[in-house]
Design a protein around this ligand. Sequence first.
Ligand code: DGL
Length: 268
Amino acid sequence: METGNRPIGVFDSGVGGLTVAQAIRQILPGEQIVYFGDTAHLPYGDKSEEAIRGYSGKITEFLLGYDAKVVLIACNSASASAYEALLAEYGNRVIILDVINPVVEYCASRNFQRLGVIGTKVTVNSGTYTRKLKEASPTTSVVSLATPLLVPMIEEGFIFDDISNAIIRTYLSDQKLNDIDGLILGCTHYPIIRNQISKFFNFSVEVVDSARIVAVRLREILEEHNLVNRGKPGEDLFFVSDFTDYFEKIARMFFESSINLRRADIWS
Ligand code: DGL
């Protein structure tokens, strides 16, 4: 039975996951995306794991309402907190993909000596990257650092200015990150400041950005399950749980083509 014409469901706490949606658009141009940004609850990085699991479950139900063939958790905070729970609850109905496992697999293949991870508080405090990297690549030493100001900074549009440079420099100067040869951007907002991060390290550290790695993994999964869309894809749909013109404006920064955000209040 051909079921490849169903959409890829993608969600994040806000617009950061659009960096992943953008990579899917490039790598899988024949697929339809249904995106949900939970802007009413942004940021997830400061919430409890329990709250994030609750939000993620409800969003998964919403995406299943669009008959998604895959639910992609395009948020590290939700991947760290809710992946296993979503897998247990929905794994028999839909393919659940997170952003952490594909990055861990990629890093294991690169044999880093000392790998840094930056992300939100919930992602770093969960220890998910450290635990999974230790299992997949026991010879790599892993250091992680919470960088909570980066999400609001990016969401507020401070990207190429003195404020963002000072914040980025302050975080990345942390001694923990001395002598790293790779740095995982453990938050889907961070690809927006990837160049500034690479520049801080004089381009001598490999900056690992999940967007492309996850999109490539998604393509493999669709091929393995014979779920590649062979027909004409439907129009992409972008939903947010709270709408302001501002979200639409910054959404364009994350997703490089025109985007029409609609409000879907799934909480009331
Ligand atoms: N983009 C989300 C992530 O990857 C986090 C942003 C937030 O704190 O909501 O972790």
